[in-house]
Design a protein around this ligand. Structure first.
Ligand code: NAP
Ligand code: GDD
Length: 384
């Protein structure tokens, strides 16, 4: 019998990569999906097969919400999963300051609902649980780098909600002997990263600026440093965590940290634009120092006629500042490397390159559609 996995948050970045990964491993995957007024399954459309056309389906949806206990219990009862990956969350740190109560409910109590369902349904011997914990728990970091023993100091309603989820997961492991684990994952990105997280916001904007569809990129705190990995590597770690003999918690990180400002610089450099930063705080600006036409044309497929040295393409807008910031995250994943044999394959340069290339393609396709399929292509052709 194939193993059965239940993924909450299956329409999100990690849910999509994990579903694909588990299906390749032979699992039958059930995903929890919120009802939305428009389709939001772009990331997993390739996994969805029409039941009228395909007999043997490995991927299924069920409607539900992390704030709705009865549905979660009914769903888990119906599926009888071997593994649950609880990835659903209101995952945006800045937004959590605007909707703290909802965030606590979905991200904090949501984790409890899963654990309680497994306990109530008598599945404690059968079902393993992965809880999507986060490096945001370290917040005002008490130690550099951060490992499994570093004390937590959350700095947002999101992180506080996730702190509850972390401890309740550990508590159910100790109190009821459930195979429940926390993956303390540092930031991980990909071409399907949500558009309002900083890396994707940057790669999208650079793609749009390169095509003349946007003039400037507005950002918040450029000084923040993050340990960025690739979501594909990180979903493999989630799987490995649940394949161990004993349940445990693991830090998953690359061990390299990079400033937001440096990430911006690297993404522009990827398309042949050298960027310099001048000014400080809210007056800081990113200015084009020079353009390498050959690299630009090779990457973008057009000439950079609308761009010139001295042009300001990045500005700071304080509306993106957070009431409290997490300044520096860098993880030490020695335990994961030693016990799980987990080693990330992607470097930050690989990730950034993949993301910007994918966004250039995406923007061209979107513009093509908007313009009836012709104008952008001919505009690009004209410029060649
Ligand atoms: P994401 O792209 O924002 O996806 C979140 C998923 O949760 C989406 O499928 C979303 O559904 C779903 N969701 C949100 N609220 C829900 C609710 N009330 N009921 C049911 N589903 C709900 O996040 P991600 O980057 O894939 O991250 C996955 C998990 O890992 C999250 O728990 C996040 O907090 C955690 N995490 C992420 C990172 C990272 O760097 N990516 C690092 C550490 C931990 P919709 O599509 O309908 O919005
Ligand atoms: N989103 C965003 N937008 N962030 C910006 C911006 C901006 O315009 N300008 C600067 N930043 C800074 C933020 O202040 C933060 O310090 C950093 O860029 C990263 O922000 P995000 O990409 O939004 O991610 P995050 O680190 O707050 O949270 C992500 O990673 C966590 C793991 O550490 C999310 O995926 C969380 O769900 C996850 O738990």
């Amino acid at each position: 019998m194939p193993k059965v996995a239940f993924i909450t948050g299956v329409t999100g970045q990690d849910g999509a990569y994990l579903a694909e990964f588990l299906i390749e491993k032979g699992y039958t995957v059930w995903g929890l999906k919120r009802r939305t007024s428009l389709f939001n399954t772009d990331r997993i459309d390739h996994l969805i097969k029409d039941e009228h056309e395909v007999g043997d389906r490995r991927f299924h949806f069920l409607y539900g919400d992390m704030t709705d206990s009865t549905t979660i219990i009914r769903t888990i009862q119906q599926i009888q999963p071997d593994e649950i990956y609880n990835l659903a969350a209101m995952s945006h740190v800045k937004v959590s300051f605007d909707i703290p109560e909802y965030t606590a409910n979905a991200d904090g109590i949501g984790a409890l609902r899963i654990l309680e369902a497994v306990r109530l349904l008598g599945l404690t011997e059968k079902t393993k649980i992965y809880q999507a914990s986060t490096s945001e728990l370290y917040g005002k970091a008490q130690e550099v780098p951060q490992n499994e023993k570093t004390p937590f100091y959350p700095r947002s309603p999101y992180a506080v909600a996730k702190l509850y989820a972390y401890w309740i997961t550990m508590h159910y492991r100790e109190a009821y002997n459930i195979f429940a684990c926390n993956g303390i994952l540092f930031n991980h990105e990909s071409p399907v990263r949500g558009e309002t997280f900083v890396t994707r916001k940057i790669t999208r904007a650079v793609a749009r600026i390169s095509l003349g569809l946007q003039k400037k990129l507005y950002l918040g705190n450029l000084n923040a440093k993050r340990d960025w990995g690739h979501a594909k590597d990180y979903v493999e770690a989630m799987y490995l965590i649940l394949q161990q003999d004993e349940p445990d918690d693991y830090v998953i990180a690359t061990g390299v940290t990079t400033e937001v400002r440096e990430f911006v610089r690297k993404v522009f450099a990827e398309i042949g634009i050298k960027l310099g930063f001048t000014g400080s705080n809210e007056q800081e600006e990113g200015v084009i120092a020079s353009i390498n036409n050959d690299i630009f044309e090779g990457k973008v497929g057009a000439k950079p006629d609308h761009l010139r040295a001295g042009q300001v393409v990045v500005e700071v807008d304080p509306k993106y500042y957070r009431p409290t910031e997490v300044d520096l995250l860098i993880g030490d994943s020695t335990k994961a490397k030693t016990k799980l044999g987990w080693i990330p394959k992607y470097t930050l340069d690989d990730i950034m390159k993949e993301m910007v290339e994918s966004d250039i393609d995406l923007m061209k396709r979107e513009e093509c559609l908007k313009n009836g399929g012709f104008k952008i292509v001919s505009r690009l052709e004209e410029k060649r």
